[in-house]
Design a protein around this ligand. Structure first.
Ligand SMILES: Cc1cc2nc3c(=O)[nH]c(=O)nc-3n(C[C@H](O)[C@H](O)[C@H](O)COP(=O)(O)OP(=O)(O)OC[C@H]3O[C@@H](n4cnc5c(N)ncnc54)[C@H](O)[C@@H]3O)c2cc1C
Length: 386
């Protein structure tokens, strides 16, 4: 796709676009060098570029969330593996920013090593018996002196096989009271903690997924995030952050897919003319651009709200709408690219091979879209429960 065409779709604030371009150019040679490396080496290479570094609140414009979103978009545009972009975005927006909110600046400095990429976090909520319903969780933390003893298992956790520290949600009281859950942050090398099964995935296969098993693991008092019983509030914060901006990881892959499909449609000859001369083909390309444009505007608008100091939890409804909209646009854009690529979409060794599983997974993680829709309707006043 020509530079002019790309520029037509990049209409954000100049300082934000500059960060996107800077990180695209910084990451491009690194992406080529690390293509055959394992996940942890790729993670560190991106961290060495400053991808996980949060700008302080006093940084010059744009604000820290917008900056991080632009950085993630830039590395995606450079061709960084979508699974890697997803994992980086997940840690940045679903863990680092909410932890900085929760811990305050002083305590946050204690987890500064996370920003250097040498310590990897994971967010452990889901269990084998239940994902969507947090109150079905069976992992329990009971008081023991000034600390807690943790028993249970968390499953389908991104980065669990390689993570160094985890945010873990556990039951500290019985029943479905909003105060029955608590959140903890602790290192994964404590006695009584082991890694369980590792799961191969069809979606985002480069980022490892696995299980964490707790067998009488003793957590120090300092592991508790917030107060005992405030787990649901911590979860509301991490999930609102995540739903607001995690799909920023898709912006680079979406732009690359659009550019590749435009080139293909313009170059391919069909019925004695360029394939792109068909109005139906042009319509699909425009729909792809629309999906990308809508997603970009929404994600940067959420980042601006967070930068303006709006607490993430106040943005829960908009965060859910953004997550639904961008994930479904990512799927739609990929469907159009798949249709226009014909058989080549299904041949992994071809440039036009399509990845539908990655975008489809976005319909499930960070809250299944069906359940998010129920929550949005409830906020609008319908008497509907999950
Ligand atoms: C790529 C990927 C990465 C992930 N990473 C993590 C991670 O790092 N940490 C973590 O804790 N979890 C993670 N998960 C797990 C994810 O959070 C769960 O898959 C999700 O919460 C849904 O749980 P479930 O898969 O058990 O689906 P279920 O709860 O069984 O729901 C399946 C589907 O049923 C429908 N459904 C169920 N109940 C209702 C209802 N009441 N109303 C309407 N529809 C309903 C929805 O369509 C829903 O999608 C990840 C998942 C994926 C795909």
């Amino acid at each position: 796709m020509s530079a002019a065409a790309t520029a037509a779709l990049r209409t954000g604030a100049p300082e934000t676009e500059e960060i996107v371009d800077t990180y695209r150019d910084l990451a491009a040679p690194v992406v080529a060098q690390i293509a055959d490396e394992g996940f942890t080496a790729q993670w560190r290479a991106m961290a060495d570029l400053g991808v996980l570094q949060l700008a302080g609140p006093d940084a010059t414009a744009p604000g820290p969330v917008t900056r991080s979103l632009a950085v993630i978009e830039g590395i995606g545009l450079a061709g960084a593996d979508p699974g890697l972009c997803y994992a980086l975005a997940s840690q940045l927006f679903g863990m680092q920013f909410p932890l900085r909110d929760a811990l305050g600046d002083g305590a946050w400095r204690a987890v500064d090593d996370v920003q250097q990429g040498r310590v990897l976090l994971c967010h452990a909520l889901t269990e084998r018996g239940g994902g969507s319903d947090p109150f079905s969780m069976e992992t329990r933390a009971r008081r023991d002196g000034d600390g807690f003893v943790l028993d249970g298992a968390k499953t389908f956790i991104t980065a669990a096989p390689v993570a160094d520290r985890a945010i873990v949600f556990a039951r500290t009281a019985e029943g479905r009271s909003p105060f029955a859950l608590s959140a903890f942050l602790f290192p994964l090398d404590l006695p009584g903690i082991r890694r369980g099964e590792t799961f191969a995935k069809t979606a985002l296969p480069t980022v490892p997924m696995g299980e964490l098993i707790f067998e009488g693991a003793r957590l120090p008092a300092g592991a508790l995030l917030g107060e005992e019983g405030s787990g649901l509030a911590v979860m509301a914060s991490t999930t609102a952050w995540e739903r607001s901006v995690i799909l920023g990881y898709a912006l680079g892959p979406m732009q690359r897919l659009l550019a590749r499909t435009v080139d293909w449609a313009a170059d391919r000859d069909h019925f004695n003319r360029s394939m792109g001369a068909s109005h139906q083909v042009a319509g699909r390309i425009s729909d792809m651009a629309l999906a990308l444009h809508r997603s970009r505007v929404q994600l940067y608008s959420m980042a601006a709200r967070l930068d303006a100091g709006t607490p993430a939890r106040q943005l829960a409804a908009e965060a859910a709408l953004t997550k639904i909209s961008v994930s479904e646009d990512y799927v739609r854009l990929t469907e159009h690219a798949t249709a226009l690529s014909g058989v080549r979409a299904f041949l992994p060794d071809f440039d036009l091979a399509a990845d539908l599983a990655g975008p489809m997974a976005a319909l499930t993680y960070a809250g299944p879209n069906d359940l998010l829709r129920v929550g949005v309707a409830r906020q609008l006043g319908l008497p509907v429960e999950n």
